[in-house]
Write a protein that binds this ligand. Structure first.
Ligand code: SAM
Length: 223
């Protein structure tokens, strides 16, 4: 399993990356760009190099996105840290991820003891991630269009969307629990998008906050 490495040649660069993210999180100390220490601790344990193509492995601990094939990327570590912080995963919760990609974000979420349901639209990427994540009992993968969510497993305490939508997909909002949190980049495909934190209160009212300008690959599909 990628979670266990007796002798990890990447331990030092990974620690350096975590230190860099900690410093960045402290500098950007706005209430919505803060990064949780717990999240950094988890990212210090998950081997990002195991989620990238062999040719990219030596760059796995640079704070930038990397290509994973099929025109897709593994997100920048800072963005993973921020989205995970905003999602506030808590043990026992159910979390939906749209855009499995490499499987890295799902693996980070799973470390919090949540049940992760993750959907990927590009079949070969979904298959690869499924192989990689095999043995992680709290991650369930699916190939398909995540725009529609995962009805059978809804509602979710948190939804993390890792591809940019033109607006918040109504099915995802419907599948968010009262009290739940959705983190989603919204905007046009090729220009700057905005990372949104969408919170549904106990009464079902929705409040949206703009967190940060970001750049994600587009949410594709027929919708
Ligand atoms: N979370 C991923 C990781 O940790 O590697 C990063 C994924 S990448 C930034 C976004 C992914 O969303 C791509 O793999 C892309 O194929 C996928 N995607 C795009 N549209 C989708 C859709 N409608 N449903 C599911 N996945 C989608």
């Amino acid at each position: 399993s990628p979670g266990v490495h007796a002798q990890d040649p990447y331990a030092a660069p990974r620690s350096a990356l975590i230190a860099e993210l900690r410093a960045q999180g402290d500098t950007d100390s706005g209430s919505f760009t803060r990064i949780d220490r717990d999240v950094l601790a988890v990212m210090g344990r998950v081997p990002r190099h195991a989620y990238v193509p062999a040719a990219e492995r030596d760059y796995a601990y640079e704070n930038r996105p990397l290509g994973i094939g099929y025109g897709q990327t593994i997100s920048q570590p800072y963005v993973v840290a921020l989205m995970t912080t905003l999602a506030q995963p808590r043990a026992g919760q159910k979390v939906l991820e749209v855009g499995t990609g490499s499987g890295y974000q799902a693996a980070v979420l799973a470390e919090f003891g949540v049940q992760v349901y993750t959907i990927e639209i590009v079949a070969p990427l979904a298959t690869q991630a499924r192989e990689r994540l095999r043995g992680q009992r709290n991650i369930t993968t699916r190939t398909g269009d995540g725009y529609y969510g995962w009805k059978e497993q809804a509602p979710f305490d948190a939804i993390v969307v890792t591809a940019a939508a033109s607006s918040i997909p109504p099915p995802l909002l419907a599948q968010l629990k009262p009290g739940g949190r959705m983190v989603i980049p919204v905007g046009s495909s090729f220009f700057t998008q905005t990372l949104l934190l969408v919170q549904k209160d106990a009464g079902g009212r929705v409040r949206t906050r703009q967190v940060l300008p970001v750049r994600f690959v587009p949410l594709t599909g027929e919708h």
